[in-house]
Design a protein around this ligand. Sequence first.
Ligand code: TMP
Length: 214
Amino acid sequence: MNTQRGRLITLEGGDGVGKTTHIELLEAYLTEQGISVLRTREPGGTALGEALRKVLLRDELECGAETEMMVLFAARTQHLHAVLRPAIARGQWVLCDRFTDATFAYQGGGRGIPFERIARLETFVQEDFQPDLTLLLDLPIEEGLARATERGGRADRFEKQDLAFKERIRQSYLRRQRDYPGRIQRVDASGSVGEIQTILQHHIQKLLKSGTNP
Ligand code: TMP
């Protein structure tokens, strides 16, 4: 039986920064190192979470900022208990596309909910549970927008927001990084996929080397 605790690595950033590409490459990278990996996302990662995600991203439904926050935390609670905690306890390394930093950035910075209010719900749901490493892909919003447009498809509730909303999200992520400089690593996402991936893997290598069973 594997008695070593796994790790939680989260990827964060505004829309169009390339998270999906990088999380796939990181999954392959960790697998090559012989590590058992679980890739998941928020909102989502469970049947209930994916159902709530669909509801949340539908822009025709009226939904206040605090309601939105609580739905996100409801999905997160299920994800935490049914997927994240058990996987980490089994020794798996979990790569999660967004986690609670996204709530601070989108519902806090974007929608204007005070950080302290979000932090209260965070403590209620997570107690002291936090990612081991958060990789923040940071890109000027005009560049992120250009990439999201290139990718095509219909804009969801969040992608439809204006530039000021997106700028507030970026600034809130950067504030989170300043508040948690040990856990959150900012990575400049304006380089090539190869360049960015090398930096991301470097941060993961440091985590691989840092002790085996905290
Ligand atoms: P995705 O584009 O990374 O798949 O995420 C879907 C959207 O959900 C994205 O626009 C950001 C938003 N979101 C929040 O607003 N708050 C959160 O806590 C999370 C996890 C996502």
